[in-house]
Design a protein around this ligand. Structure first.
Ligand code: KG4
Ligand code: ZN
Length: 373
């Protein structure tokens, strides 16, 4: 890793924080400053390395992070025009995620922290998603958050940095997982979300009706595995009737799937909004969507309609900050550093499982390593 001249550093709004994200299949890093400037931002996607396997292979992901992170950081510092010594803190995702990848990012961040004498800040990946909206907009606490990614699907009340209450979660698949599995079933490739969204744009959402798991039930939890099974049956019926799954069949199934999934989210959110209003003691509150699935335009527009109906102010991060990126980790690290400038998490290790709301009962993957969701 090379040092670059720091002629720009003096004018920067401090703190200046480097964030490293390696929890899944994106090698990403960014530098953000206290005035919400993203000084530099790099994401190296491993999609091509995993595509032939139809999903992320942890071994391959870890090796790719090792191969690319040093070079990515060197170019990032060049883009920013500052050196490592000009940073105030170095943040990295310590969990939840794939252990091999997490270790690469965390060891690199700790090495930079050790070499420069700057603090290392441990960031929960989900907290990165949860706070990103505050990097893009001035969203005050408390807010209601729908966190929809490849590994998680939760509704949370966000009261402050590190202060989350889970109102609902998936009892099986995450929303992004449902998109990915649907895409795989229909032969649309990986990652599934963008492929299903593109196919749905050409489809007729009224041709097929899919079941809406959990809709109308008490509580705010989700279930998406039944939806995936129903998609499989639809595809099999099409093949049985027509001998082949046509381009139009695929598009119509995707449109029905996307519409149904959004309707399930809206139903659960309607209940969560009522709970949140009581908890927060106010009716006009921000409503935020975050995570990879928040990049879905159809879902964003359905959520905006819900927010208008419920008299809530709707916020969604810019598209590039929805899927995994380094800026969300840098920003969460910066928020933590601002609260406690003496922070130094050098003794924190990686955690494959790390729920945001530690008090919530685990719904999925209860085990030795802790709650998965
Ligand atoms: O937040 P993220 O990048 O990684 C995790 O933390 O899991 O989310 C990735 C997920 C994948 O399941 C991907 O298919 C989904 O987000 N995704 C989308 C879209 N873009 C990404 N889902 C629906 N529509 C999209 N446009
Ligand atoms: Zn993520």
């Amino acid at each position: 890793m090379t040092q670059t001249p720091s002629h720009n550093a003096k004018a920067l709004a401090r703190p200046v924080v480097l964030g490293i994200e390696t929890s899944c299949d994106e090698t990403a890093a960014a530098i953000v400053t206290a005035d919400k400037t993203v000084l530099a931002h790099r994401v190296l996607s491993q999609i091509d390395d995993h595509a032939e396997f139809g999903g992320v292979v942890p071994e391959i992901a870890a090796r790719q992070h090792i191969s690319h992170l040093d070079h990515l950081l060197a170019t990032l510092m060049e883009d920013a025009g500052i050196g490592f010594d000009d940073l105030d803190a170095i943040a990295a995702t310590t969990g939840p995620g794939l252990v091999g990848g997490l270790m690469v990012g965390v060891m690199t961040a700790k090495a930079i922290a050790q070499a420069t004498g700057k603090p290392f800040v441990s960031v929960n990946h989900l907290e990165g998603h949860a706070l990103t909206v505050r990097l893009a907009d001035d969203v005050p606490f408390p807010y209601l958050l729908l966190l929809v990614s490849g590994g998680h699907c939760q509704i949370l009340s966000v009261t402050g940095v590190g202060d989350y209450t889970r109102l609902g979660t998936t009892i099986d698949d995450a929303a992004g997982e449902a998109f990915d599995k649907t895409a795989k079933l229909l032969g649309l490739g990986y990652p599934g979300g963008p492929a299903v969204e593109a196919a749905a744009r050409e489809g007729d959402a009224k041709r097929f009706t899919l079941p809406k798991p959990m809709v109308g039930k008490p509580g705010c939890d989700f279930s998406f595995s039944g939806l995936k099974t129903a998609v499989r049956r639809l595809a099999e019926d099409c093949v049985a009737n027509e001998g082949v799954l046509t381009h139009k069949d695929r598009a119509d199934i995707c449109a029905a799937f996307q519409k149904t999934l959004a309707a399930c989210l809206v139903d659960r959110l309607t209940r969560a909004i009522a709970l949140f209003r009581v908890e927060a003691g106010s009716s006009e509150l921000p409503f935020v969507v975050a995570g990879g699935v928040a990049a879905n335009s159809y879902l964003r527009s359905e959520l905006e309609t819900l927010a208008n109906r419920e008299n809530l102010k709707f916020f969604a991060p810019p598209m590039a900050l929805c899927t995994d990126n380094g800026a969300m980790i840098a920003w969460a690290g910066l928020e933590r550093f601002m609260i406690d400038p003496t922070i130094n998490d050098m003794d924190v290790s990686v955690r494959p499982r790390w729920p945001l709301d530690g008090d919530a009962k685990p719904m999925v993957g209860k085990g030795k390593k802790g709650a998965k969701a």
